[in-house]
Design a protein around this ligand. Structure first.
Ligand code: PHE
Ligand code: FE
Length: 291
């Protein structure tokens, strides 16, 4: 099985070697998968649940990338490539631009079920890959890869990275039934799945491109601010314009702290995001048991 620091090819890929996973590793996957299954009903957005169903990523154990790539490629033209861990930014962007999703192969240890700072196979496959089955989101991710290469050339990686963080990793989406999760960093975390929707403390603000790109983020704790889109088409359309002038504009403005609110923010209040009754009761029960 792939470990960080192991040898990799010049394109940073490795072999998944699916047959080499130990029973214990499959069991860890099952534990994580079943726990999220329970939590994500009524919390994950429908596009994610559809993607998960379509992929056939089941609770049985760690999936074989070859099979997943076949299903994914038939749906949206994306494939999974196995990598040992985080890859250099330019390599990562180039893969996305070619509709290749770099995924880690190793699974977290038993004492890391609730928290891990680096991505593992559960985060990459269960968190990211289901949404790549959605045509609009699939196009957004490719456009992001192209935008990443451009941002590197312009020296604005920091601004673009915040867009990825607050959408792909930690985004929320408004639906007629209430707020739902689409960010993979939330979807692969039991604690944050509950925190992001049920905890009254974090800010939930309508997505605004410039606001997002000015907002710093924390990598070591639950988010204090979530940005909410209406649908994936809105996200795709909002990010379509040339970012070069936008980068210049926001470079002249101060950064915004992760927990701060500014005058133009359009906040969601409890009434507009909550699932009346259910949310509150489940939130209490689950946070005590699982966070
Ligand atoms: N429109 C962006 C640019 O010109 C590219 C991009 C698209 C970035 C989608 C992120 C998401 O840089
Ligand atoms: Fe991720």
């Amino acid at each position: 099985m792939a470990k960080i620091g192991q040898d990799f090819n010049s394109d940073f890929t490795i072999e998944q070697n699916w047959r080499d996973y130990r029973q214990e590793e499959h069991a860890t996957w099952r534990l994580l998968f079943e726990r999220q299954q329970r939590l994500l009903v009524g919390r994950a957005c429908q596009e994610f649940l559809d993607g998960l169903g379509g992929l056939g990523v089941a609770a049985d154990g760690i999936p074989d990338f070859r099979r997943l790539s076949e299903v994914l490629e038939a749906a949206t033209g994306w494939r999974i490539v196995a990598v040992p861990g985080l890859v250099p930014d330019d390599v990562f962007f180039a893969y996305l631009a070619r509709r290749r999703f770099p995924s880690t192969c190793f699974i977290r240890r038993r004492d890391q079920l609730d928290y891990l700072q680096e991505p593992d196979i559960f985060h990459d496959i269960c968190g990211h890959v289901p949404l790549l089955m959605n045509p609009v989101f699939a196009d957004y991710m490719q456009a992001y890869g192209e935008g990443g290469l451009k941002a590197l050339g312009l020296g604005h990686l920091q601004h673009l990275a915040r867009l990825y963080w607050y959408t792909v990793e930690f985004g929320l989406i408004a639906t007629p039934e209430g707020l739902r999760i689409y960010g993979s960093g939330i979807l692969s975390s039991a604690g944050e799945s509950v925190h992001s929707l049920d905890d009254p403390r974090p800010n939930r603000i309508r997505f605004d491109l410039r606001r997002v790109m000015r907002t710093r983020y924390r990598i070591d704790d639950f988010q204090q601010t979530y940005f909410v889109i209406d649908n994936f088409q809105q996200l795709f359309d909002a990010t379509r314009p040339d970012f070069a002038p936008i980068y210049r504009e926001i470079a002249a403005q101060p950064d915004i702290e992760p927990d701060a609110l500014i005058g133009s923010d359009r906040k969601f209040d409890r009434a507009s995001w909550g699932r009346p009754n259910v949310g509150k009761k489940m939130g209490r029960k689950l946070s005590a048991a699982q966070v």
